[in-house]
Design a protein around this ligand. Structure first.
Ligand code: NAD
Length: 407
């Protein structure tokens, strides 16, 4: 018998995952929940979903085994804790939470209950990350020296629409979230390759002057004045990282999330729409074609910016192991550089087998905490701050064998 998954939040991002959960052979039923009845009814009709409920509360009271949260990013912490307290396994779109206290509470709840928690970190399955992880494990990088991770996403490329879509008249209160409160795409690209964690961070912020008034003290829930933030981080393996989180930047590239990684023996360098591998012995090898994911034709969707839609309509690259995916996924959309199908499959397999997905709660904490502390540092004009580390998963909790086949 398969599992029942409740998808909470039927805004724009959930639409990329509902068909994947529906198609997975180990999922018996997908239930939808949203606070907005019209949106909920429309999405249920679109995806042919029979059962809907009107809130996360109702989903927690229902018989679903797992809840997949696709709600606004500042709600994830309390909602995850609520779902875990109701005995549900949790998949949550990034970030894990908005405060250190929430992250600590989630890690503790998972450790106590042994429920599956997974952060939906799309960067984990980006071609560049897969390529570097494989090379790093093979020793081709040597020792990690330095990594650059960046997420460049101007407000004009879909964020106005995204925040107004669910935020109503109060949308600026949430849109002004500190960029470093959403660090996980860029931080995870480096840490999921090296396996280290951040020990110290120093960060500076760009004082926003834009007429939209989103990033201003008093205008948002965090009194945040910064639209762009740059952090320098020390990692536990003795290396260094530079993370850029920019929301006001004249940038339009194929990939808004990018990384470069330098080791003592080899380096991976990413620039606008081009990627190269370099070693001490050999000059640049162009790996752009190897790591390319192709956009599928975009279906226009009211209220969703074209740049965001492009992200949801991508296929796989040559470095994705599609053979591990359920064959039922063949032909379905696979957004964010081929990552969606792998994330959906990881979660279902983890719940069914009781083993830890790669993006488990301890990894999620390491992807997010550096940004939360970075923001504090930027408010102190770059003070170097130490970082708490919430440790590794318990040794007796096995990691998921990603090649597990489920019927
Ligand atoms: N690459 C990525 O990983 C990526 C990309 C896009 C979005 N995201 C994340 O996905 C999440 C969703 O983004 P989106 O653009 O779809 O947001 P959205 O605002 O379009 O949708 C959120 C939905 O959640 C619903 N909701 C909130 N609280 C609820 C509750 N208690 N019960 C039931 N429904 C509730 C809202 O009514 C809304 O319909 C965000 O956290 C965002 O950060 C991640």
């Amino acid at each position: 018998m398969g599992i029942r998954i409740g998808v909470c939040g039927t805004g724009s991002f959930a639409r990329a995952f509902i068909p994947l959960f529906q198609a997975h052979p180990a999922v018996d039923e997908v239930v939808l929940a949203d606070l907005l009845p019209d949106r909920l009814a429309e999405q249920a009709a679109h995806f042919g979903v029979a059962r809907t409920v009107d809130s996360l509360d109702a989903l927690c009271d229902s018989d679903v085994d797992a809840i997949a949260l696709f709600t606004q990013r500042h709600l994830h912490g309390p909602q995850t804790l609520q779902a875990l307290a109701a005995g549900k396994h949790v998949y949550c779109a990034v970030p894990i939470a908005n405060t250190e206290a929430e992250i600590r509470a989630i890690v503790q709840a998972v450790a106590d209950t042994r429920l599956i928690y997974m952060t939906g970190e799309t960067s984990y399955y980006y071609p560049a990350t897969l390529y570097c992880r494989s090379r790093f494990r093979a020793g081709d990088f040597g020792r990690f020296v330095y990594g650059e991770g960046q997420y460049y996403h101007d407000m004009a490329h879909g964020f106005y629409e995204a925040y107004q879509h669910s935020g109503g008249a109060e949308w600026k209160r949430v849109a002004g979230i500190p960029p470093m409160h959403y660090p996980t795409h860029s931080v995870s690209m480096i840490l999921s390759v090296t396996g280290a964690h951040v020990t110290h961070v120093s960060c500076l912020g760009f004082d926003d002057q834009h007429e939209d008034g989103v990033f201003r003290p008093g205008a948002n829930l965090w009194d945040n004045p910064y639209s762009n933030q740059t952090a320098l981080m020390r990692t536990s393996d003795g290396g260094m990282m530079r993370i850029n989180e920019f929301r006001r930047v004249g940038w339009k590239g194929l990939a808004s999330v990018q990384m470069s990684l330098f080791g003592t023996q080899g380096c991976y360098q990413e620039q606008a729409n081009a990627q190269a591998w370099v070693t001490l012995a050999d000059g640049p090898e162009d790996v752009t074609a190897l790591l390319e994911t192709r956009n599928l034709p975009v279906e226009k969707t009211a209220g969703v910016h074209e740049a965001v839609l492009q992200d949801y309509h991508m296929s796989v690259s040559q470095v994705h192991s599609v053979e591990r995916l359920p064959r039922e996924f063949a032909g379905l959309r696979n957004g964010h550089h081929g990552s969606h199908q792998f994330l959906a499959d990881d979660f279902v397999k983890a719940v069914v087998t009781g083993s830890l997905p790669p993006n488990h709660v301890w990894a999620a904490a390491r992807y997010c905490l550096p940004g939360l502390i970075a923001h504090q540092s930027s408010l102190q004009e770059g003070a170097m701050l130490p970082l708490p580390d919430l440790g590794d998963p318990p040794a007796d909790w096995p990691l998921l064998d990603l090649d597990t086949k489920l019927q």
